[in-house]
Design a protein around this ligand. Structure first.
Ligand code: UT7
Length: 335
């Protein structure tokens, strides 16, 4: 039995900055509303044909691999979390294997939206714990901008989401007092349609003809979010799953050195911070610059926190996520 540790981190965001004022030129919104309700000041959107979910993931992965000190041929397995794959199939995991020139190792795609990176870390951790793999590349990457309803109709969703990618290399840790201490995953599918992209869909209740001509009144190809309902559930589930992780390791809230919440909404993170009585130094937020990048938000935030020297050896680092599904989860790490 082994532990896994985060051996290297990297992130990539497109250069193209889209401010709240930029959005107010194409839809009925304004900087004051967006900042007050979400804390977001700007986000990145890809330039079409320059970047994709995979290409951004590859750029983040190259940095993470280099910082981890392993060679790319030492990567044993790929896990890619995204809700915005380049292709309907195959998923982006195999494209990373190709574009990074990795050996013909396994590649797994994770479909857990905002909780995707936490789910992916949990899967990687199990493979490393059992000794099956030594080094796993875990990527979270999203292109939202090309799939959002950038009209007044979509303003409740489209101002929130941004593009970007983050990556981590998880490696075997022989010291069982360190590394990933535990992971905790949950789902509640009864709320699947509260935050959903219904089309294209090939089965079940929401069958949509994938080849249908674009109907301007058909909004099933745009994400739908019942914002207030999602918000209310998020604050409850974030709190529960952080407590669950702490309890499993006999830790107290005061033991948290750094909480990296999924960057869903600054108000959600602030609510959690207040509830847990954590200081500004114990909670990392960068949603102001990047918006909500779903599966990419935790690895981007974790990388920035680490780059800024806010995570040190021996620290208790908590990752927590909540999102579409609903799904939620936490990861407790001793750095
Ligand atoms: O990442 C995965 C999980 N996602 C989340 O955790 C997101 C959770 N939800 C939220 O963050 C918030 O619910 C939102 C930021 C999405 C929305 O904030 P809200 O405070 O819940 O606003 P609301 O949807 O209740 O809308 C309030 C008002 C409405 O106008 P009326 O009906 O009061 O006249 C909206 O039409 O704000 C209006 N509105 C906007 N106004 C300007 C909605 N979107 C916009 C906009 N600009 N972009």
């Amino acid at each position: 039995m082994y532990h896994s540790k985060i051996a290297g981190l990297g992130f990539y965001v497109p250069d193209n900055i889209v401010t709240n004022d930029d959005l107010s030129k194409v839809m009925d919104t304004n900087d004051a509303w967006i900042q007050e309700r979400t804390g977001i000041q700007e986000r990145r959107h890809i330039i079409r044909n320059e970047d994709t979910t995979t290409s951004m993931g590859v750029k983040a992965a190259k940095i993470a691999i280099e910082r981890s000190g392993i060679m790319k041929d030492d990567v044993d397995f790929i896990i890619f979390a995204t809700l915005s794959p380049d292709y309907y199939f195959p998923g982006p995991g195999v494209l990373v294997q190709r574009d990074l020139g990795l050996k013909p190792i396994g590649a797994l795609d994770v479909r857990n939206q905002c909780s995707g990176f936490v789910y992916a870390i949990s899967v990687a951790d199990q493979y490393i714990k059992t000794g099956m793999y030594k080094n796993i590349l875990v990527i979270g990457s999203e292109v939202h901008s090309t799939g959002l309803d950038m009209t007044d109709r979509g303003r409740g969703v489209s101002v929130i989401f941004g593009d970007g990618a983050g990556a981590a290399v998880l490696s075997r840790e022989e010291d069982l007092s360190k590394g990933i201490l535990s992971t905790h995953l949950h789902s509640e599918g009864q709320h699947a349609e509260e935050l959903v992209l219904k089309a294209p869909g090939m089965g079940g209740r929401w069958v949509t003809d994938i080849m249908k001509d674009k109907d301007p009144n058909d909004d099933s190809y745009y994400p739908y979010m019942n914002g207030q309902f999602v918000f209310k559930n998020a604050v409850v589930r974030f709190s529960e799953v952080i407590h669950e992780g702490l309890q499993a390791n006999n830790l107290q809230v005061s033991d948290i050195d750094m909480l990296i919440p999924h960057q869903a909404n600054l108000r959600i993170s602030q609510y959690i911070q207040k509830k847990f009585e954590l200081s500004d130094n114990q909670v990392f937020s960068n949603i102001q610059k990047y918006g909500n990048t779903t599966a990419a938000s935790i690895p981007i935030a974790l990388t920035e926190a680490w780059e800024q020297g806010k995570i040190k050896s021996g620290d208790i680092v908590v990752l927590a996520a909540f999102g579409s599904g609903f799904t939620w989860g936490s990861v407790i790490i001793k750095w």
